[in-house]
Design a protein around this ligand. Structure first.
Ligand code: ADP
Length: 189
């Protein structure tokens, strides 16, 4: 079983690279952002709560995300593995994921840290906002998301280093080169 955490700041390319990894390794994909956006679109109770946080560039409470993730994980049958995209985003979530996998006799195979310079993140997100109309891809909310990333999410880098699961990936440059670096990091494990 492959359990891959794809990690990085907003705009680092987690979604794009996840699609490529899913195709190559035939594993399932959980994007917490995509799940939340679907909940918002369907106007569910969770969606209504999520919208408030997402529009403010803030993280949802850990318990909501962890419950949502556990339900999604249990919905996969005969899975070859999972790529976790947008989760964990806090130390508490990383601990919850570790426990959730341990209950199933598994662990994280590798955490891929897509490292992209901050100016490039900003440019990419503004462009994405113009093209896709994603409500949280506007300059003001992007700035808030980057602050949240640095304060709440970036500490996971050291956490995963301590777990011995960390892999650094150069997240800027040609898409194919980034994918190749990712595959090399996965295949080494
Ligand atoms: P990005 O990586 O570009 O910020 P995502 O689609 O992964 O985009 O997430 C969008 C928003 O959804 C986040 O800003 C946050 O509000 C919420 N969200 C996604 N994943 C999580 C998570 N693991 N914990 C808390 N909130 C989350």
């Amino acid at each position: 079983m492959l359990n891959i955490v794809i990690f990085g700041a907003p705009g680092s390319g987690k979604g794009t690279q996840s699609e490529r990894i899913v195709e190559k390794y035939g594993i399932n994909h959980i994007s917490t952002g995509d799940v939340l956006r679907a909940e918002i679109k369907n106007n569910t109770e969770l969606g209504k709560v999520a919208k408030g946080y997402i529009d403010q560039g803030q993280l949802l409470p850990d318990n909501l995300i962890v419950d949502m993730l556990a339900a999604k994980l249990d919905s996969f049958e005969q899975s070859k593995g999972v790529i976790f995209d947008g989760f964990p985003r806090t130390i508490a979530q990383a601990e919850a994921l570790k426990a959730m996998l341990a209950e199933r006799g598994q662990q994280v195979t590798v955490m891929l840290d897509l490292d992209v310079p901050e100016e490039e993140l900003m440019e990419r997100l503004i462009k994405r906002g113009q093209e896709s109309g994603r409500a949280d891809d506007n300059e003001e909310t992007i700035k808030k998301r980057l602050v949240v990333y640095h304060s709440q999410t970036a500490p996971l880098i050291d956490w995963y280093k301590q777990e011995g699961q960390y892999a650094h990936i150069h997240g800027s440059g040609r898409l194919e080169d980034i994918t190749a670096e990712i595959c090399a990091a996965i295949d080494k494990r």
